[in-house]
Design a protein around this ligand. Structure first.
Ligand code: SF4
Ligand code: SF4
Ligand code: SF4
Length: 275
């Protein structure tokens, strides 16, 4: 059963196609068929390449999904997929692309695939991962509280627009998307260089982690360590961009809710103890 290892990309594709067809038919909108098929094919291709041990498998998925969301959904379709867009569509009561996107990728999906979004789809991290500090050069800082301020600020911003009954909200949300992304990239790149850590923005600033962290705590899919094989060499922790102690199998493992499932630890373990 040599080909059994390719079952996972097939299952992934089947899951995405189920979502694609269900939403297409229930919402009578062909966009969902196209959208979720495209994302499913991109992710399955990445899993397939990873199984083939292709070094840039994750980066390819990140670019395929991230660029599609940023350029096509954001700039062409004017869909604000940032957290402000989520609040906006939530308040208007429209269960459309941005709310569905949050439900699937960032709120309920993480119960299944943890912070896979952060490793394979986020267009902010897609750029940050090109920077030179793939592994943090300095110890983690106690700045995680900033994410809650960012989260509250995004909520207050959108709530104020509703309370003030601002006109042409669609236009405001489009510009919020442009300015928000420009700010994320600027702050993200500056922090990466300041802290010598590509993922500093993810660790301290990103408001979406307020959803992602608690949900991914319960993630079904997570990297586990075979204690029989592990020789405690510490290589996995050294290559981890998110400072996770993956040798601890408990859910309370150090920085466990930070794991972005990048599989660097799995690829670098000399004893194949991680899977
Ligand atoms: S933490 Fe935020 S910026 Fe970083 S990858 Fe996740 S969603 Fe993107
Ligand atoms: S790299 Fe592998 S062998 Fe080394 S500590 Fe991590 S799990 Fe154990
Ligand atoms: S290196 Fe391993 S523990 Fe660290 S984020 Fe990637 S998959 Fe998770």
């Amino acid at each position: 059963m040599h080909n059994r290892k390719y079952l996972l990309p097939v299952i992934m594709l089947a899951i995405f196609e189920t979502v694609a067809v269900t939403l297409w038919l229930t919402k009578d909108n062909l966009f969902y068929l196209f959208n979720f098929s495209y994302i499913g094919i991109s992710i399955s291709l990445g899993v397939f390449l990873f199984i083939r041990r292709y070094q840039y498998a994750r980066r390819i998925v990140q670019l395929l999904v991230g660029l599609y969301m940023l350029i096509y959904l954001g700039l062409v379709c004017n869909e604000n997929m940032q957290i402000e867009g989520f609040w906006y569509y939530l308040f208007t009561g429209v269960f459309e692309a941005a709310t569905i996107h949050y439900a699937v990728a960032k709120i309920f999906g993480p119960l299944l695939f943890g912070r896979g979004w952060c490793g394979y789809a986020c267009w902010t991290a897609m750029v940050l991962d090109f920077l030179p500090y793939k592994v943090p050069a300095e110890p983690r800082k106690k700045l995680g509280w900033i994410r809650y301020i960012m989260f509250a600020a995004s909520l207050i911003f959108v709530a104020s627009l509703f309370l003030a009954k601002a006109g042409n909200m669609e236009r405001i949300m489009f510009w919020a998307f442009i300015i928000g992304n420009a700010a994320y990239y600027s702050v993200g790149i500056a922090l990466a260089f300041a802290f010598k850590d590509n993922r500093a923005f993810c660790k301290y600033i990103c408001p979406i982690t307020v959803f992602l962290k608690p949900m991914s705590y319960y993630s079904l899919f997570r990297v586990k360590c075979d204690k029989e094989k592990c020789i405690a060499c510490g290589k996995c922790k050294k290559v981890c961009p998110m400072n996770v102690d993956v040798t601890d199998n408990s859910r309370k493992r150090e920085n466990g809710t930070e794991c972005i499932l990048c599989m660097e630890c799995v690829r670098n373990c000399p004893k194949d103890a991680l899977s």
